[in-house]
Design a protein around this ligand. Structure first.
Ligand SMILES: *Cc1c(COP(=O)(O)O)cnc(C)c1O
Length: 363
């Protein structure tokens, strides 16, 4: 028997979550963000679930874009960081990709490429995040140069908000964006919303939205709204089993560094899941875990292949008892928050050595 850890990917939940994004988007088209191997869920699996429903896709690498086209899909594909060198443009043209244009070097490459087939582009505006994009000084020149390139067909204006998931919201950067684009960019379609923006400020969605985390059942702002409240279903469930049990008495410690010490008699279960499976090593004592569907807590330090949990109140649990690390019944957002991170990071970190099982979409 293989080690009992596995990840289950629920394709029906992914379709359900996409439908929620679609509803929120109203008239806008919803491009599913499938970068980073579909946030660790597997690009091929995301395409199985969303291929026939998604209005488009957004990702980072030409290799991922090739995979989408090889899957037989013809929807628009946005390259969120655009292209990186002139040689990329032949493939952008061949695969009919929609690159984000965020620096002058990319415009120069486009000018020199002399593409035969027109492509659409997203022109990225820096509205205050100061990551990618043209600021108020440089936007109009960039737009004018793009407009002068015969192979550039539709130009859509894009920006990304740094605090859409926080009480601060999007109002300051949205004002900056409008100010930068108002005159030269008037009338162009807009692509402004990640999951948090789409869920909280759908009125600012524009013509194309680009939800990511919500498709995978994570809340982009778990402090404000749980995934469940948002109507989202978990897509990835990471589960394993108890493979060892220890009886502790007061003063006994658990795991490396002896960071957890029992203050009385305790039963401890050892779970076949560690940081080499993608479980966060920095998850402290107290991080929630489900044992046979009942809540318990992680104890002591997470090791490479194992972690310990409290079975003191679960006398029926023993070797072979199923454990859920996150997913069905235990939101990844809760585990992430206990570990000082976000569900995005948990999903993306799922290790290759974890076997994946698909729960098929009931199409
Ligand atoms: C990753 C990404 C998204 C998706 O963000 P979520 O918070 O996962 O919805 C949207 N836009 C850009 C530019 C991104 O890099």
């Amino acid at each position: 028997m293989p080690r009992p850890i596995r990840a289950t990917i629920d394709l029906e939940a992914l379709r359900h979550n996409y439908r929620i994004a679609r509803q929120k988007a109203g008239q806008a088209r919803a491009y599913a963000v499938v970068k980073a191997n579909a946030y660790g869920h597997g690009l091929d699996r995301a395409l199985q679930a969303l291929g026939d429903v998604a209005d488009g896709f957004a990702l980072l690498d030409l290799a991922e874009a090739r995979e989408v086209r090889a899957f037989g899909l013809h929807q628009p594909i946005v390259l969120l960081e655009g292209f990186f060198e002139p040689a990329d443009l032949a493939e952008v043209e061949r695969l009919q990709l929609t690159p984000a244009i965020h620096n002058k070097a990319q415009i120069k490459m486009l000018e020199q490429a002399r593409l035969e087939t027109p492509i659409d582009v997203l022109l990225k505006v820096n509205s205050g995040m100061n990551r990618l994009g043209f600021d108020g000084e440089r936007f109009e020149a960039a737009l004018a140069r793009l407009r002068a390139i015969p192979a550039v067909r539709q130009i859509t204006l894009m920006t990304h908000f740094p605090r859409a998931d926080e009480p601060a919201g999007i109002s300051a950067p949205l004002t900056t964006f409008k100010h930068i684009t108002a005159s030269a960019g008037a009338g162009l379609p807009l692509c402004l919303a990640n999951s948090a923006t789409l869920l909280r400020f759908p009125e600012a969605a524009g013509q194309i939205v680009r939800p990511g985390i919500m498709l995978y059942g994570g809340s982009p702002m778990p402090e404000l709204h749980s995934a469940e409240k948002l109507g989202l279903k978990p897509v990835m469930t990471l589960s394993s089993e108890i493979i060892g049990v220890q009886q502790l008495k007061a003063g006994d410690a658990v795991g490396y560094g002896a960071t957890f010490v029992a203050d009385g008699a305790m039963r401890v279960g050892v779970v076949a899941c560690g940081y080499a499976d993608g479980y966060p090593r920095h998850a402290p004592t107290g991080t929630p875990i489900l044992v046979n569907g009942r809540r318990s807590r992680v104890l002591g330090r997470v090791s490479m292949d194992m972690l310990a949990c409290d079975l003191t109140h679960l006398p029926e649990a023993g070797v072979g008892t199923p454990v859920t690390l996150w997913g069905d019944g235990l939101p990844a957002d809760e585990v992430a928050s206990a570990a000082g991170t976000i569900s995005y990071e948990l999903f993306c970190a799922l290790a290759r050595r974890v076997p994946v099982q698909i729960r098929r979409a009931r199409i």
